[in-house]
Design a protein around this ligand. Structure first.
Ligand SMILES: Cc1ncc(C[n+]2csc(CCOP(=O)(O)OP(=O)(O)O)c2C)c(N)n1
Length: 676
């Protein structure tokens, strides 16, 4: 085992690297939980990157033109925490000692927003690669829009480290394929090729030729055969930086648990503390001066902390260039600042149409296409696309051009049939800043991007999902394409907002709400089939959507209703027709549109009680989906007209009949409930 780094590396280099190794194993040991081995193996790479290549300012982690770094293998986060502390971010040694403890800023996997300097929440393997692709996309577009001759104010790279697990996961394949196609030349990845996963040697489950795979995607590929060879890491990184016509992957042969006499190169070094004795043996083997836990040699800290001065210089240099740019291009500079701050321009929704009953029936997806195109000209940060369903999702921004290797300003994104990478890239675009991105597919295929949606919710990101073909109402494509449990399951996801508008005007309000929403993703769920445009001269106004649920109609004459009928989306047509018929028969019925549970939950109790009076317990909800999430609103005595099976292939009108979701069914159920 070589203990010394090779070549012209100094004792100080080695001391700095071993500080990361010892901090990582000590923190995991202290927590009695975590992943020491990968951080130990990658310490030299982290050192080369943070000391020689990454452009960042530890004192200002929000510096707009910093390089972005994503540790896709989030389990190795002690690597990142150690480096963030050592380079002088707002993270103390005490906080490293609190690794994985309640309330600490050093969570079990790195979380954006919790730890300064962490750019992406990672842990679910593969996600980070997709995030990095999104960040590189964002950089490329901002550079195209805002740089001017002699003024490169947007000019940074995106780096990531991916493990075996990251590169096994499908999302990284999708994302790498997309990045190669888009020739994202400022994207540089490192593959931690340590031949070890949890089950043991990677040859149990993997025989890819990763270099060839990435070459075939159109990436530039470099190899470093010894992760301790700082000069080789340096060279490969420079070569990758110079290959600006395509993304780069550097395969680095590493040794998990490097330095541990008994656990190096074994799966045992992956996900458990090395053990007190092995930590001791490892420190001795590394020639570490003391067995004292969390010991940080002054020389090492001093050298690492030079990052602060370097960072201050880099940012000051950029600020100088920024000031010159601001003078030369004041309007552009103001616009850039506005976008990075996430401030909406005045009047952004002025052209959103009002639809009238005269517009007749319209699929809500079609209304959404109109609304997108009414907003897009005034909201340049709104970009988006679809996973190969743009025509069906109505997501095209007309005249926006397609984002490509040759058109970085294009606002339409062709993610290809890669839902998962689309979700991860949307998160990366959000992490980067400067955009309000949306991504479209059929609601059923949210299944293929759900892991990215969950990370978006967890991390308070704000992408918008455009999910069309939202129920059995899509008809003939059949049960493989008909969502059943999706609404209920996403309603159970914390911090996720799902809006299922009932008609064109609710679609307009849904987009307004989605764009102004803060702190979490929003999905707009839309029909393939036509629905009526509700006559707003007769029924409640569509801006009730903002409260999540609102009264559409009460029986003329008023008084406490005998029954409340409620629903969402396309089933509001049924609710209104049933309400009218029952009312004609003298039943006092209230009709409620409930397009967004999450908004309604946030309303004051008084409002909720005004819409759903506690004295009225006879309630029926109608939604062509799994009923579960409605029981909170219909209560013990209520009923749900929903679907508790998979769908079927037939024209949709027939499906509604067969599944018992018709006006007649609702009237029958109402009479049963009322006992008359
Ligand atoms: C999507 C996903 N599946 C499973 C896991 C659990 N897990 C964590 S690390 C890991 C594999 C470890 O191998 P590798 O990626 O090579 O990391 P290393 O052993 O080099 O640290 C697995 C399966 C996860 N974090 N994410």
């Amino acid at each position: 085992m070589t203990q010394a780094a090779t070549g012209r590396d100094t004792a100080l280099d080695l001391l700095c690297i071993n500080t990361v190794r010892t901090l990582s194993m000590d923190a995991v040991q202290q927590a009695d939980s975590g992943h020491p081995g990968t951080a130990m193996a990658l310490a030299p790479l982290a050192y080369v990157l943070w000391q020689r290549h990454l452009r960042y300012n530890p004192v200002n982690p929000a510096w707009a033109d910093r390089d972005r770094f994503v540790l896709s293998c989030g389990h190795a986060c002690m690597l990142l925490y150690s480096v963030l502390y050592l380079t002088g971010y707002d993270l103390t040694l005490e906080e490293l000692k609190q690794f994985r403890q309640w309330g600490s800023r050093t969570a079990g996997h790195s979380e954006r927003g919790l730890t300064p300097g962490v750019e992406a929440t990672t842990g679910p393997l593969g996600q980070g690669v997709g995030n990095a692709v999104g960040m590189a996309i964002a950089e490329a577009q901002l550079a195209a829009l805002f740089n001017r001759p002699g003024h490169n104010i947007v000019d940074h790279r995106t780096y990531f480290i991916a493990s075996d697990g990251d590169l096994m996961e499908g999302v990284s394949h999708e994302a790498a394929s997309l990045a190669g196609h888009l020739k994202l030349g400022k994207l540089v990845g490192f593959y931690d090729d340590n031949h070890i996963t949890i089950d043991g040697d990677t040859n149990l489950a993997l025989s890819d030729d990763t270099a060839k795979r990435f070459e075939s995607y159109g990436w530039h590929v470099e190899r470093v055969t010894d992760a301790n060879d700082l000069a080789a890491l340096d060279r490969a990184t420079r070569a990758a930086q110079q290959a600006t016509d395509r993304p780069s992957l550097i395969l680095v042969r590493t040794h998990i648990g490097y330095g541990s006499p008994n656990k190096q190169d074994s799966a045992e070094a992956h996900g458990a503390p090395l053990g007190v004795e092995e930590v001791k043996l490892t420190k001795q083997n590394l020639g570490w001066p003391t067995l004292e836990p969390f010991y940080v040699p002054e020389d090492a800290l001093g050298h690492w902390r030079e990052a602060q001065e370097r960072g201050a210089r880099l940012e000051a240099d950029w600020t100088g260039r920024w000031n010159a740019y601001r003078k030369a291009h004041p309007a552009l500079a103001a616009e850039y600042e506005r976008r990075l701050a996430g401030r909406l321009p005045a009047g952004w929704d002025a052209d959103v149409p009002m639809f009238t009953a005269k517009d007749g029936g319209m699929a809500t997806r079609a209304a959404s296409g109109k609304v997108i195109n009414a907003i897009a000209p005034k909201l340049p940060e709104m970009i988006g696309g679809s996973a190969d369903l743009a025509g069906s999702n109505n997501t095209d921004i007309k005249g926006g051009g397609s984002f490509s290797a040759t058109n970085r300003a294009g606002r339409n994104f062709h993610f290809g049939v890669r839902e998962h990478a689309m979700g991860a890239a949307l998160n990366g675009i959000m992490y980067h800043g400067g955009f309000l991105p949306f991504g479209g597919t059929f609601l059923i295929f949210s299944d293929y991007m759900r892991p990215s949606m969950r990370v978006a919710a967890l991390t308070h990101l704000h992408p918008i999902y455009v999910f069309t073909h939202d129920s059995i109402g899509l008809g003939e494509d059949g049960p493989t394409h008909q969502p059943i449990e999706h609404l209920a399951s996403f309603r159970a996801m914390p911090n996720m907002t799902f809006i299922r508008p009932a008609d064109a005007n609710e679609v307009a309000e849904a987009w307004r709400a989605a764009i102004t929403h803060e702190g979490g993703p929003v999905a707009i769920v839309l029909t393939r089939q036509k629905v009526a445009t509700i006559d707003r001269t007769k029924y409640g106004p569509a801006n009730g959507l903002r409260q999540g649920a609102y009264v559409l109609a009460d029986t003329p004459g008023g008084g406490t209703p005998d029954l409340i009928l409620m629903g969402s989306g396309s089933e509001i047509d049924i609710v209104l027709a049933a309400q009218e018929k029952l009312a004609a028969d003298g039943v006092k019925v209230r009709a409620v549109s409930m397009p967004c549970f999450e908004f309604f939950e946030k309303q004051p109790a008084d409002y909720r009680k005004a819409v759903l009076p506690p004295s009225v317990q006879r309630r029926i909800a109608v939604e062509a989906a799994a009923p579960d999430s409605w029981y909170r609103w219909v209560g013990e005595e209520g009923a749900v007209v929903g679907i508790e099976r998979f769908g079927a292939s037939a024209p949709y009108q027939r499906l509604y009949k067969e599944f018992g979701i018709t006006v007649e069914d609702v009237i029958r159920r109402s009479r049963e409930l009322l006992g008359r």
